[in-house]
Design a protein around this ligand. Structure first.
Ligand code: GLN
Length: 192
């Protein structure tokens, strides 16, 4: 089962993509939802400071971090990328499971939200950025999957994937399929 962190932010949009691709999911809202039944986890966009606080207040932080460190496939978009970053300029590190330096609200207030096309793992896709971060430096184990406009905007480290943009807000499902199939090794549910 795929878990979607549903504390705050754009989780419903990820759920719609999963449904469209034929995967079922469960909303993760409290500590008891962090179980061994989860095959993968999505951390949506939203406000990283709020999500970080809620993870702590709800007593979910340590368990989620441990599960990711033990190899639970995880996909973070935008605020989700910030939560995964070991170092955050303009914010504090949270789960800190990916060896990346991230700049929060990196495009400035005026240019904070825009759409463009960029290459992701060798394929041209539409990208939507909303008060987005970018990755300033990526550690040696981190694979850069997209460098768009001279900025690193998609990275993979083992079973962790993070994008500065929001693939759940476009019609293109390349990034979700990459995560589900290539990283998590999952296929759509058969008996739906
Ligand atoms: N700027 C937000 C943050 O710092 C991220 C924006 C987003 O997720 N769209 O968490």
């Amino acid at each position: 089962m795929i878990g979607v962190l549903a504390l705050q932010g754009a989780f419903a949009e990820h759920e719609a993509v999963l449904t469209g691709l034929g995967y079922s999911y469960t909303e993760v809202r409290q500590r008891s939802h962090l179980t061994g039944d989860l095959d993968a986890m999505i951390l949506p966009g939203g406000e990283s400071t709020v999500m970080n606080k809620l993870l702590n207040d709800l007593g979910m932080f340590d368990e989620l971090k441990a599960m990711i460190e033990e190899g639970l496939p995880v996909f973070g978009t935008c605020a989700g990328l910030i939560l995964l970053s070991k170092r955050v300029e303009g914010g504090s590190p949270s789960l800190a499971t990916m060896d990346i330096d991230t700049v929060r609200n990196a495009y400035g207030r005026q240019l904070g939200s825009f759409s463009c096309n960029g290459s992701f793992a060798g394929k041209e896709i539409p990208m939507r950025f909303i008060r987005a971060p970018f990755v300033e430096t990526a550690g040696p184990e981190v694979q850069v999957l997209s460098e768009t406009g001279g900025r690193i905007v998609a990275v993979r480290e083992g079973k962790q994937l993070a994008t500065a943009f929001h693939p759940e807000l476009t019609e293109d499902t390349t990034v979700h399929r990459y995560f589900l199939e290539e990283i998590a090794g999952l296929s759509p549910d058969r008996n739906r």
